[in-house]
Design a protein around this ligand. Structure first.
Ligand code: TXA
Ligand code: MG
Length: 350
């Protein structure tokens, strides 16, 4: 067991300094970003990066995203990249977009890229994160700061629940904003971008920004056949109980879930429902209802999702249903993608 320090980073640069020094010298430090909390390690330090995999229980063939604070840092990490990548950086950095770029040989621990010739890089849009990265002065590899298979952490408490005793420290910067991870993209050629993971930067925004570029993406709901992004083949964000994603018209979804709730109750099973505010009051048979906010404000739902899944775990909920009638567009795509993953692709169409 390690002693895990917690720094309340309410403007005290002294505490960030300590965290930054630890990071630079091979420690494992969790920190907030605008998406979710990351578990950081010096990306050039092989032992430190190995520590991330150990602390999380993460499979070693799943590469890590490298976080940078400024463009000068990038030049040391990657080979010359196409103008299209530059365009995306100018538009979205700092922000929730991870770009998969050709990695410079020897710049990073090979564990970061899991042996791939590419590296995922992003510049987080979070003042504390940027300050920490600047003070550390090294590229920082950081996956989400959860135990592998658990929902990503959106508060320092979530990180502490999973990783206390396994990492050196946690910078507490309060709740994260977006609540879902960054969008991961790769550049297929000068005229094509592939979305490997939907996230904080929406398809619509990319399509508008890249009007002359073809944007392709993986299926959002089906289990991946031959995943291009290694991370996609693993079960992610799984709650401890069994979660079913229920798709269809809202009225059918409500009817289906209530039917199942009744059966589960008769069997003495502890139940939970993840619902939009418009219908949350219709599931009073459930032992726990998590209200994600209005279906007209999907940003709110994205912000709440992982916390809600963790609360089901805390309450010992055995079976859960999530309303899958998520309106199209915007962050809804990423939301549905994470729900499907959390459900382990147990999806019902009513
Ligand atoms: O918002 C985020 O991206 C958060 C915060 C902490 O920055 N990080 C995060 O990291 O979600 P992680 O490790 O949980 O997810 C990284 C994803 C995985 O799906 C991984 O397979 C993919 O990015 N990835 C990383 N490097 C890649 C590469 N070279 N090629 C393709 N996919 C890559
Ligand atoms: Mg993750």
């Amino acid at each position: 067991m390690m002693d895990t320090k917690i720094w309340q980073a309410n403007g005290h640069t002294q505490s960030l300094k300590e965290a930054a020094e630890l990071l630079r010298n091979g420690g494992l430090v969790a920190f907030p970003t605008e998406t979710v909390y990351g578990l950081g390690a010096n990306a050039a330090d092989n032992d430190a990066v190995q520590g991330i995999f150990r602390a999380k229980g993460r499979p070693s063939d799943n590469p890590l995203i490298v976080h940078i604070a400024d463009m000068e840092q990038l030049d040391g990490l990657v080979e010359p990249y196409p103008p299209l990548a530059r365009r995306l950086m100018e538009k979205y950095w700092p922000g929730p977009l991870t770009l998969v770029l050709p990695v410079k040989t020897g710049a990073l621990s090979p564990l970061v890229t899991a042996g791939l010739p590419t590296v995922g890089v992003r510049m987080p849009d979070h003042a504390l994160a940027l300050q920490l990265l600047r003070q550390a002065g090294c590229p920082v590899a950081a996956p989400s700061a959860n135990l592998s298979g658990r929902p990503s952490p959106t508060t320092a408490d979530h990180v502490a629940d999973d990783l206390t005793g396994r990492i050196d420290g946690i910078v507490d910067g309060g709740a994260t904003g977006v609540g879902l991870e960054s969008t991961v993209v790769e550049l297929v050629d000068e005229g094509t971008v592939r979305i490997l993971r939907p996230g904080g930067v929406t398809m619509e925004s990319l399509a508008e920004e890249l009007s002359n570029i073809r944007i392709i993406r993986e299926g959002l709901l089906e289990a991946d056949q031959a995943p291009r992004s290694p991370g996609m083949k693993y079960t992610h964000y799984a709650p401890k109980g069994e979660l079913c994603l229920v798709r269809g018209r809202p009225s059918d979804v409500t009817a289906y879930i209530n039917d199942k709730l009744m059966q589960a109750k008769a069997a003495g099973v502890k139940t939970g429902v993840l619902a939009f505010r418009e219908r949350a009051h219709r599931y009073d048979t459930a032992d726990r209802v998590e209200d994600c906010g209005s279906e007209r404000n999907l940003e709110e739902a994205a912000h709440r999702l992982y916390g809600a899944l963790r609360r089901f775990d805390d309450e010992g909920i055995e079976r859960m249903w999530a309303e899958g009638c998520v309106p199209d567009g915007g962050i809804g795509e990423a939301l549905l993608n994470r729900l499907a993953k959390a459900a382990g692709h147990l999806i019902v169409n009513t």
